[in-house]
Design a binder for this molecule. Structure first.
Ligand SMILES: Cc1ncc(COP(=O)(O)O)c(C=O)c1O
Length: 351
């Protein structure tokens, strides 16, 4: 790591004996401190948090980036707040978007215009250009998920061109794309006006760590207002330090290449994102999950057709090898071509 870790450095420097007459109530000080004279304030950062947010913005190519300790959910709410404050009354988004999109629309009084998605073997596939265009004709903004939970990207260039042509903002929910800033061709920040990086999912940040960013100077103050509304006023320093660490974490091209080779070798779903390995098990998926977990291998999800293994730059080659050796002995079934989408409970909420 060549970058300075501002927040961690501040936490390390303050490890001296410390009598706590401040929150949190555990009184143990350590790294779980609150906003004190030396630790800055997330709502109006002037010190280490400002330095960390500025570095994050520089690395992600943003005009402004905001650290979030409340997950990508808070980022989705904040993006929609910003475009609503800029005048948008409606947003077009794929039917199988994360429920935070529909919930934010309800809270903000925005109309959601669902973009239809076709389902292939129980997987809702990204909308095509014409589906996006038709829905956006009825909406003031476009919100896409990139990549989705199954590792597929929407047509990013076409979406950016469409939004430019129509003068409407493009928002990207990159809850599963925090690892992509090294690869501009598929990075949300290279296409969107506002976007979320869910760094706790695919980079080494603590659970709930995320970033929301703006590319447009005019939208940045509105996004700042948005994060003020939807972010906690008691941000966790361990989470914030981990977000800064995750964004500065170096690329691991060795594991990326190993994942691509693994997918080819084991007949995995042909998707576009190396961090998401989907192994088809069909009717054997329940038994396979039990056997894997019995061997100490825990996948991300089992949708009844595919089992998904979520990688990050911290995944070790030996771990992939262990998975490979288990796959060789586990029975596989044919995936059901007519399985309905939305088997993962998280995605079962209607627009
Ligand atoms: C596509 C997508 N967007 C947003 C979220 C919300 O992220 P978080 O759980 O970090 O709030 C998720 C969570 O899984 C998700 O899958």
């Amino acid at each position: 790591m060549t970058e300075i870790l501002h927040i961690q450095r501040m936490l390390d420097a303050q490890k001296r004996e410390h009598i706590s007459f401040h929150t949190p109530g555990h009184k143990r000080a350590g790294e779980d401190i609150t906003e004190l004279s030396y630790s800055d304030c997330l709502a109006s950062p002037r010190g280490v948090l400002k330095a960390a947010e500025e570095d994050v913005a520089r690395i992600l190519g943003a005009d402004a980036s905001f650290l979030l300790t409340d997950g990508s959910t808070a980022g989705v709410f904040s993006m929609l707040y910003a475009v609503r404050a800029a005048g948008a009354r409606s947003v077009a988004a794929p039917v199988f978007s994360h429920p935070s999109v529909w919930r934010a629309c309800r809270v903000l009084g925005m109309k959601a215009v669902p973009i239809p998605q076709i389902t292939v073997c129980g997987i809702a596939r990204q909308p095509n250009d014409s589906a996006m265009e038709t829905a956006l004709a009825e909406a003031d903004a476009l919100l896409l998920t990139s990549p989705d939970y199954y590792g597929f990207f929407p047509p990013l260039s076409a979406a950016a061109a469409l939004c430019k042509r129509t003068g409407k903002p493009l928002l990207i929910d990159g809850a599963h794309g925090g690892h992509l800033h090294f690869t501009p061709a598929v990075y949300a920040g290279c296409y969107a006006d506002l976007w979320v990086d869910g760094v706790h999912k695919s980079l080494p940040a603590m659970t709930q760590g995320a970033v929301v960013s703006s590319k447009r100077e005019a939208l940045s103050p509105l996004l700042r207002e948005g994060v003020r509304c939807f972010r906690t006023t008691s941000p966790s320093y361990p989470i914030m330090a981990s977000v800064e660490y995750a964004v500065k974490y170096p690329r691991n091209e060795q594991i990326e290449a190993a994942a691509v080779a693994f997918k080819r070798r084991h007949g995995c779903l042909e998707n576009d994102d190396w961090t998401k390995i989907l192994v088809p098990f069909g009717k054997q998926s329940g038994a396979a999950q039990l056997a894997l977990e019995g061997a100490g291998v825990y996948p991300e999800f089992n949708d009844g057709n595919y089992i998904m293994f979520y990688l990050s730059p911290c995944t070790k080659a030996e771990e992939l090898e262990k998975l490979a050796s288990l796959l060789l002995v586990l029975p596989r079934g044919e995936v059901a071509p007519d399985a309905p989408a939305g088997a993962i409970p998280m995605y079962s909420e209607e627009p």
